[in-house]
Write a new protein. Structure first.
Lengths: 470, 470
């Protein structure tokens, strides 16, 4: 994927006047076609420029989604499902124009089954909205990609984040979905039993399919009891390798740590600039422990022993909720913080994930590579999963910088693949990583495409994503 | 599914002389065609009668599987993947004859990545073989369906068992698979990263597909550190409902119990007869706790408090490995034990799974139903998952008994479905539960069939399973 040859608008050959007319007949002035709206909805939080849909419609229920899908199917018009727009690989860009279905007002929490630890939500519910709603129930939804993403978007991207080392990813936490297929059929992929051996796992097929197979209209999610005790700590190191080796040993020891995030020196510097904190500007781990009072004590003592053996500093504890929230807010704001390091720079956020045994090598070689390029690229990571991110700070008007970043990115992803890792742990393919999907999956891309073609023969759903234009 | 209209042999219209000749050219006298072998491989451990394949070939590597698939594809001949033959819904029956691929000697443990807690195995490796191999590494593979099933079979059936409440099912523990598709292509569905957002989740699509989409030739599995402490206990109750309510509260309290099995009075009676034990013949929970010394103590104290509040008896602890093994052996032998209750009876083992909030109702109504029929049907269950089994003891020569059992079974499955549960938690559909798949998944069966048809257009792989003959 080259940044250079992206254009700002949808190619002119795609025009869908009959679709727009049919939609207007049904939905009246709810069919939004202003330039401002189209531009906004064609863009996510990544550096990928906006690719405009022809229209945007806010929906409220599955019947409306079904009506739009049927109209678009009749006129062979692309449909782009849209959640909170927080994706990072251009996943919401309307590469062939078409109709964006905005789920931001399809945000009802339909049921909370507290005895079963599950909730049923519409796709536009955001993770913060869900957790605010759940607060008084003693339960929470742990998946936390940083951004206040929508549940539908998170399911579609197979998102994860800081808590995944303990609670898994969307793959593990979506119990079933309801979705509208390309022919307008509404299906439900499962029921509320926590396990089933009945038929193909359509739930897991739709989770991570980035809106290319169906439009998700409802999600049933696992939720968890809020732990009796939570404690968080910050630990600094002189060397990144010592921090990484600590994490590897924490995981290998089987400590059920809830969060363990690596932030390198540059990231810590940017956090101090942005969040007005006074953290040491050296490689740092942010840690969090969940459990019973005794369990948390045991976990954190063991963890501190491990970090000490790896030359880590003393744990700085953040015991109350407010301090803890501030710490994780600082972690989540690293993208904004990074911008301060390079005023002309746009952020190119990318992630890879490798087996934990290769994490130290992968991070070490990548850091050396960054130093050799002279680029600014803070590194942060959900390292308990072997997953880390680079925030490449790139001035898109500086061709040399753009090319150096592209080459660095390419080497980083190939490095992860050569270590039996994946080209993306949690951002998805979108249209930014298509070339790497091919390298990673080889012959397995073909059955994926066959599934896409049989379920969506006219390539209505989010065309151009994951596989390119087909 | 009616027991009555099953026939013993494959229909005569299916004959594949050209396939057999081509296989013999390639594999010589490794192509087994004796009646004894065909009969053996056409049958699993269920009551479903043997449906013979035309030939059986033991394979050793993926290249041999690929050769057989190519020959069978050329001649449009069914391929039935075969592991240990321990399935329970006729999953290995050759309904249209064809070629059974026996993986029992494709049983190499290819790699143990102890730093990453994963292992790579050929599909014929059994779970006991794997755990014996792992013993000295300090790791174990927790999924335990009772039978000494093969890993390939367990992946194909999305198996689980006693430990699933803590460690999940095969869905959660298969990291990736290698498989041969119907066109002979060999694919790998993923890499060894613990999470990925790259493309469709073909791993989860093949897990649970019962050999209908591809033939699995290698499986990468999660393994776990052997817990520092393990302790097990037996607790008896006067009423099944008290036992069930205890389990519901244990789960709702968030206690990370490793195993919690319900055995009803009839099951306990059969265990005492078979295993020469002297357990109380009343509703019983078998419990197991894994963790640190303190963690196990804390978990078990909390659990005992809960069972006491629900009128449970004192915990009888089995602290050493030998006693614990004996207890779980007795649990796993309930199928054999059940036979002693009804000398002319064959065992019809079936399972359903419901949300835990409905478990007490589902078990209660099912028990009442059993009593009203007068059938013998011991009940056991992985109740922490909401999953339970009936062992219907049926004299197949007694038409009245057969009909009563069929009707009871039908009511039990529909009851579970009406409670937002599934028609099978872990046995799979095979060809015994096809009618229920349709009821459970409704419109979602069609996309499943579309996937089957596009990936296996000639219906080579295990035809007649999950969807019927198509």
């Amino acid at each position: 994927m080259s940044i250079a040859h992206l254009t700002e608008k949808s190619p002119e050959e795609y025009e869908y006047p009959a679709t727009i007319a049919a939609l207007q007949k049904q939905f009246g002035d709810r069919v939004l076609t202003s330039d401002a709206v189209r531009e906004q909805f064609g863009k996510d939080e990544s550096f990928h420029p906006s690719k405009w849909p022809h229209a945007v419609i806010k929906v409220h229920d599955k019947e409306e989604v079904q009506q739009i899908v049927r109209i678009c199917a009749e006129h062979k018009t692309p449909i782009i499902p849209h959640g909170a727009g927080t994706s990072l690989e251009g996943n919401v860009a309307a590469l062939k124009g078409g109709v964006t279905i905005d789920t931001s007002e399809m945000n009802q929490i339909i049921a909370v089954h507290s005895e079963d630890f599950d909730v049923v939500v519409q796709p536009g519910v955001t993770r913060r909205q869900l957790n605010e709603y759940l607060r008084d129930t003693g339960m929470f939804f742990p998946i936390d990609p940083g951004a206040n993403a929508s549940i539908g978007g998170m399911a579609s991207t197979r998102a994860s984040g800081t808590n995944a080392v303990r609670y898994g990813t969307m793959r593990d936490n979506v119990i079933n979905v309801e979705a509208v297929l390309a022919d307008g059929t509404i299906i439900r992929t499962g029921n509320r039993a926590v396990k089933s051996a009945a038929g193909y796992d359509l739930t897991r097929l739709l989770v991570g399919s980035e809106g290319t197979l169906a439009m998700i209209t409802e999600v049933t999610l696992k939720v968890y009891p809020i732990p009796e005790a939570i404690s968080a700590a910050v630990c600094t190191f002189d060397e990144v390798s010592d921090a990484v080796n600590s994490v590897i040993q924490i995981i290998q020891y089987g400590i059920p740590i809830a969060r363990v995030e690596l932030l390198d020196s540059l990231t810590m510097k940017s956090i101090n600039m942005y969040s007005k904190t006074d953290y040491a500007e050296s490689p740092t781990l942010f840690l969090e422990f969940h459990g019973s009072e005794n369990g948390v004590k045991e976990q954190s003592e063991l963890t501190e022993e491990i970090t000490k053996e790896n030359n880590g500093g003393k744990f700085s504890w953040t015991s109350n909720t407010e301090e803890r929230t501030k710490m994780w807010r600082a972690r989540h704001d690293v993208a904004w913080a990074g911008k301060l390091l390079h005023p002309k720079g746009q952020i190119w956020s990318t992630d890879v994930c490798v087996p934990i045994s290769r994490l130290a090598d992968c991070i070490g070689e990548t850091r050396q590579d960054i130093e050799e390029t002279g680029l600014l690229a803070p590194m942060v990571g959900h390292v308990g999963d072997g997953n880390f991110h680079l925030l490449l700070l790139v001035d898109h008007e500086n061709q040399e910088e753009v090319e150096a970043a592209e080459a660095l990115h390419h080497r980083m992803v190939l490095r992860a693949l050569s270590m039996d890792g994946t080209c993306t742990g949690e951002h998805g393919i979108g249209y930014g990583k298509i070339e790497f999907l091919e390298i990673e999956h080889g012959a397995a891309v073909n059955p994926m495409k066959m599934i896409k073609k049989t379920l969506d023969p006219d390539n209505l759903f989010n065309p151009g994503k994951i596989f390119g234009m087909m």
